[in-house]
Design a protein around this ligand. Structure first.
Ligand SMILES: CC(C)(COP(=O)(O)OP(=O)(O)OC[C@H]1O[C@@H](n2cnc3c(N)ncnc32)[C@H](O)[C@@H]1OP(=O)(O)O)[C@@H](O)C(=O)NCCC(=O)NCCS
Length: 365
């Protein structure tokens, strides 16, 4: 029996949702290039594509948008809960607690449940954020797009078109990414015929970790600690000498630059080309890539999406505490696509392990 640590190289299912070409650096959603979708489509249409396999057209698109907008609610019960959970509890744990009080969904998951979960996530995050910052909670509007509404609920007024476009590109590029740790978690939970909320809540727990969805805040911290370009090389050398990782670099699947990182860098350039912090981030990236070649010559470690996630979210003026929660906002779409696909031809996920402990230990009194 061969053991593959981290399930590397193990194919556990067939999927028609997305394809990653790790050698060439391509990401495809149902046949469409994700980078192109980021500049030509809307988040709502991409969600429809991921869930149903095609873009909505004409009447279908109208109905889809109406369903999405009508499913947005911020009940008094949710507000009470958002205000009662102790402030020391982090945003994603709060989100999990509030989500599970929404309803008791049963198996199998339905489109209606799927839409409700998707649209409630940004509402809960924005409400909690405003509560923690002693600002009045802002209910969702049904005349704004998904991306515009998220910014509106966070800020209390309408965001500029440029910020909405920047966020929308980010949401599209990070909505789906194959069998990553959190998506796989959502499929495992679904495979036991547990409900959609349990699967999403479990996925949030997996995404929260610092080497998965927690990475963009770590990138921000890293850039903050480096402080100036003169310190960059010595700071990163010290990390690598200690055997630590540089955040925002490396990927299990990509052995070249993550295409999402490239696309996000282009997006940031539009907003922040003249900002000193952007120039600094680009220079740090170049030094990091050289050092990673020097310290890990056989590993093909390149920039991943999280490095430029931190930059794009900073460019549209989101505070660092919202980086990982905003990743949850987008990735919920991908999780749900997989939850629906898993449920449509389900078999419980139950891998094997190789036992290496003793086989005949004696019980002594
Ligand atoms: C993404 C990640 C978890 C992939 O992990 P993985 O495929 O399991 O790779 P491993 O952690 O086993 O690393 C393999 C080798 O590359 C090195 N490596 C991987 N990413 C590295 C990084 N960011 N900085 C320095 N070294 C790194 C490891 O030290 C290891 O070296 P070794 O063989 O000499 O011990 C990993 O690259 C990482 O932790 N990156 C930093 C966190 C991050 O940016 N996460 C967001 C991912 S989108």
């Amino acid at each position: 029996m061969q053991v593959n640590p981290g399930l590397e190289g193990v194919v556990v299912a067939e999927t028609a949702i997305s394809h990653i070409d790790g050698q060439q650096g391509h990401l495809i959603y149902r046949g469409y290039d994700a980078k192109q979708l980021a500049t030509t489509s809307t988040f709502e249409k991409v969600v429809h594509l991921l869930w149903k396999g095609h873009f909505p057209d004409g009447e279908e698109e109208k109905q889809w948008l109406v369903k999405c907008r009508q499913s947005q609610t911020l009940s008094d019960e949710m507000i009470r809960l958002i205000q009662t959970i102790p402030e020391r509890i982090d945003m994603l744990s709060t989100l999990r607690s509030v989500l599970v009080t929404m309803e008791n969904p049963d198996w199998p998951p339905t489109w209606e449940q799927a839409i409700r979960v998707l649209v409630q996530v940004p509402i809960i995050i924005a409400a909690r954020y405003r509560y923690l910052h002693h600002k009045p909670i802002v209910p969702p509007r049904d005349d704004l797009s998904f991306a515009a509404n998220y910014l509106y609920m966070l800020r209390g007024d309408e965001a500029s078109e440029a910020h909405v476009k920047g966020l929308e590109a980010y949401l599209i590029l990070t909505a789906e990414h194959g069998f990553n740790a959190s998506t796989f978690t959502s499929r495992v939970v679904t495979s036991t015929e547990s409900d959609i909320l349990s699967a999403v809540v479990a996925a949030i727990g997996a995404l929260k970790g610092r080497i998965h969805g927690g990475a963009p805040s770590e990138v921000d911290d890293m850039l903050g600690e480096i402080g100036s370009i003169e310190r960059a090389e010595s700071w990163m050398r010290e990390k690598l000498e200690r055997g630590e990782k540089l955040m925002g670099f490396g990927h299990r699947v990509y052995k070249t630059t993550d295409p999402r990182a490239e696309a996000l860098r282009t997006v940031v350039q539009e907003y922040a080309a003249n900002e000193p912090w952007f120039d600094f981030a680009v220079q740090v990236e170049q030094i990091a890539l050289q050092l990673l070649k020097e310290y890990k010559p056989h590993r093909s470690i390149y920039t991943n999406v999280e490095f430029y996630t931190a930059a794009v979210l900073k460019a549209i003026q989101l505070p660092a505490e919202l980086y990982t929660p905003t990743f949850v906002v987008s990735r919920t779409a991908g999780w749900i696509a997989h939850i629906l696909e898993q449920a449509s031809h389900n078999r419980i996920i139950r891998p094997d392990s190789r036992y290496v402990g003793p086989k005949c230990a004696k019980i002594t009194k």
